[in-house]
Design a protein. Structure first.
Length: 504
């Protein structure tokens, strides 16, 4: 099915999110929509999917003008969408989520779950998915949840499929699998719109690339374009794609972790006898395939783990047994890996999110009342400094693009007096221009004499930032190696190999 957008314009008050955008996606084509966070990519696709009504312009499918009153009309016309933040009900099964909104019934109006299960199995077999139709969605890893979203879209017989930042929460292995699924769908004749800001992915899978900046199309490119060329189109300036940093100037003190064990509430060991140091003036990157204990390690450091044994000392002071509030007040900055669930209160304003852990600070509060003028001035300064694309400090944080939400979290945590900075997936879902900025700030934090821990599944990020790299596998550190260790060696260690010649 051929998709054509003509002159699509969408405004939110004085903000023009889409400015007369024209786009054509041919049948059996992967058309990448590349742009910065807040460039208007997701807004455009939400117009296509019927979630927003365009102020101007037309949507055509096979040259026929469409008038969608909502997502139901779009789905009926053959459009499916896999959202960046999954539209799934965690307490429903896979089959129940797939049939939701298109329920089939049998005698006495009972839901025909057997038919839904068979449909899930049929689509799963087509793509080689391993999915139990009766599994609760909330119990599934994010990569499998995304496959459920794909099954949902294909169950409506989608001829045009939109992937909105589909790799933002995936591991590199899951990303490669998704690329294969997209190619298979393309080869079967599905038209695909792939929204992303990751240059490697767009060059790997796209047939054509359209670049959006500040709500307008600013150019088209071939997948053979260089990363530098694509980044320049996206951001409107040359972007430094490598991290510039001097040799680490470390000193004594910092964080000391000894014989750390983290157990789930059921008693399962998820971090097993881990010991390491992070000294002032260095970045320790923790690498590994997601699910090997990195999340629980970070949670233990900031006091969130269910059960913690061993010792975690910051500048000689024991953190194990202290409350999260006490640990944050001790100078620990924390960027959680899931900004939506753990980093922000989506219904609060940008300004309120910027002081979530400082609301009682005399700089912002007096007599239990927020000092609005001071908060507004602080928020506006952070919005400008971190280039947070928002209509203003009072905008609800949940309405921002994913990357701009991440910048709110980064801005909040880096605006405090720090003795330790811990960042889990700090650039997940963030565009190249913002990645450049965040990486510079992380290096500046290290150069200010603050110990830094970065947890990332992106090996490019790990090797770019790290002075030393701790590789985790099944809850243990299999080795701590220099930051310039080759990717191949790191990959082997991430699979559990220990090499006494490189392990420190």
């Amino acid at each position: 099915m051929k998709l054509e957008l003509r002159g699509i314009t969408k405004r939110f008050g004085s903000l023009v999110a889409n400015d007369h955008i024209d786009l054509v996606v041919e049948p059996g084509e992967i058309h990448a929509l590349l742009g910065e966070n807040g460039a208007g990519k997701s807004t455009l696709m939400n117009v296509l999917y019927g979630l927003y009504r365009a102020d101007e312009g037309q949507i055509l499918l096979d040259d026929a003008v469409q008038n969608f009153r909502g997502p139901g009309d779009a789905m009926e016309a053959g459009i499916g969408m896999v959202h960046q933040h999954f539209m799934l009900i965690p307490v429903f099964t896979v089959a129940e989520n797939v049939m939701l909104g298109h329920e089939k019934t049998k005698g006495l109006g009972r839901l025909d779950l057997a038919q839904a299960r068979e449909h899930v199995r049929a689509v799963a077999d087509r793509f080689g998915f391993q999915i139990d139709p009766d599994a609760l969605v909330g119990d599934l890893p994010v990569g499998v949840q995304q496959r459920v979203e794909i099954i949902k879209a294909l169950s409506r017989d989608a001829k045009v499929l939109v992937f909105d930042e589909p790799t933002a929460v995936l591991t590199p292995q899951e990303t490669d699998e998704l690329m294969g699924i997209m190619r298979q769908l393309r080869d079967e004749g599905t038209s695909i719109v792939f929204i992303t800001h990751k240059l490697r992915e767009v060059r790997e899978v796209a047939d054509r690339i359209t670049v959006v900046r500040l709500g307008k199309i600013v150019g088209t490119a071939s997948p053979t374009a260089t990363n530098a060329e694509l980044a320049s189109l996206m951001v409107g300036r040359a972007v430094e794609l490598t991290v510039q940093k001097d040799a680490a100037q470390v000193r004594d003190g910092g964080l000391e972790v000894r014989d750390l064990r983290v157990l789930t509430s059921g008693g399962a060991i998820v971090v097993d006898e881990v010991s390491f140091d992070v000294r002032p003036g260095e970045i320790l990157a923790v690498a590994g395939v997601q699910g090997n204990g990195q999340t629980e390690l970070v949670e233990a450091i900031v006091g969130l783990a269910a059960r913690t044994e061993g010792s975690i000392r910051l500048d000689g002071s024991e953190l194990v047994g202290k409350s999260v509030r006490s640990i944050l007040d001790a100078g620990v900055g924390f960027v959680p890996e899931d900004r939506k669930e753990d980093g922000l209160v989506s219904g609060f304003s940008v300004a309120e999110n910027l002081i979530l852990d400082r609301s009682t600070d005399p700089a912002f509060s007096r007599g239990g009342t927020i000092r609005r003028a001071e908060l507004d001035a602080f928020a506006r300064a952070r919005i400008e400094e971190y280039d947070i694309r928002t209509r203003g400090p009072e905008t609800p944080a949940g309405t921002l693009s994913g990357g701009n939400q991440q910048k709110v979290v980064i801005a909040r945590e880096m605006s405090r007096d720090l003795k330790l900075f811990v960042a889990a997936q700090p650039t997940r879902g963030v565009d190249v221009g913002s990645i450049e900025f965040i990486h510079k700030r992380i290096v500046e934090t290290r150069d200010a004499g603050i110990p830094v821990i970065v947890v990332s599944t992106e090996l490019d990020e790990v090797t770019a930032l790290a002075d030393r790299i701790a590789v985790m596998y099944r809850g243990r550190i299999v080795g701590i190696v220099p930051g310039d260790t080759p990717r191949d060696t790191l990959g082997l260690m991430m699979a559990g190999a220990t090499d006494p010649e490189v392990a420190a």
